[in-house]
Write a protein that binds this ligand. Structure first.
Ligand SMILES: Cc1cc2nc3c(=O)[nH]c(=O)nc-3n(C[C@H](O)[C@H](O)[C@H](O)COP(=O)(O)O)c2cc1C
Length: 158
């Protein structure tokens, strides 16, 4: 049976997710994109993954780069989600960030961030499945509620 792509997207959109900004550095340049295809994989060893569109303009920075960070956005960071998914924008313009073990940008105001060393990259069709070994995972603003994405829109879990 054929899967209708429009219906498939509609079905997948019913799965409510958080929203992350995944970051790395390549040749001294910070790189980041909004991603909701993120999940935990393993506690021991600590592994997480995200799925990266093979059309992403800086694909190699993640599939060949050594490390990346996952920033779990708070409900007041919708602007970050928009900024980091807008093609052609200077995504880090006037944005202060810190770095932890790997040098990947850690965004202030996120609910939590996870600093990773690239562990493996697997084939995921038109996406690459990028698995990271967690070097550090910390709550950044522990009281914040997460930004939630459902049916193609940001929503309030409260
Ligand atoms: C809420 C939301 C979730 C997204 N999730 C993903 C994702 O999981 N993986 C991905 O590759 N792109 C995802 N995107 C799209 C990318 O952010 C976007 O295609 C990318 O930043 C485009 O960058 P480019 O124009 O430099 O290629 C998402 C966008 C939004 C708004």
């Amino acid at each position: 049976m054929q899967v209708n792509p429009v219906e498939f997207r509609e079905v997948l959109g019913r799965f409510a997710t958080g929203v992350t900004v995944v970051t790395t550095v390549a040749n001294g340049r910070p790189i980041g994109l909004t991603a909701n295809a993120f999940t935990s994989v393993s506690l021991d060893p600590p592994l997480v993954l995200f799925c990266l569109d093979r059309d992403f303009s800086d694909l190699d920075a993640f599939v060949r780069g050594e490390c990346f960070a996952i920033n779990i956005l708070a409900d007041d960071q919708k602007d970050h989600s928009v900024r980091f998914s807008t093609s052609g924008a200077d995504r880090f313009a006037e944005l202060a960030f810190e770095t932890w073990e790997t040098g990947s940008p850690i965004l202030p105001g996120a609910v939590a961030s996870i600093d990773c060393q690239r562990h493996a990259v697997h084939d995921g069709g038109d996406h690459a499945i990028v698995i990271g070994r967690v070097l550090r995972a910390d709550l950044v603003t522990s009281d914040s509620a997460p930004l939630v994405f459902h049916r193609g829109a940001y929503c309030d879990i409260a």
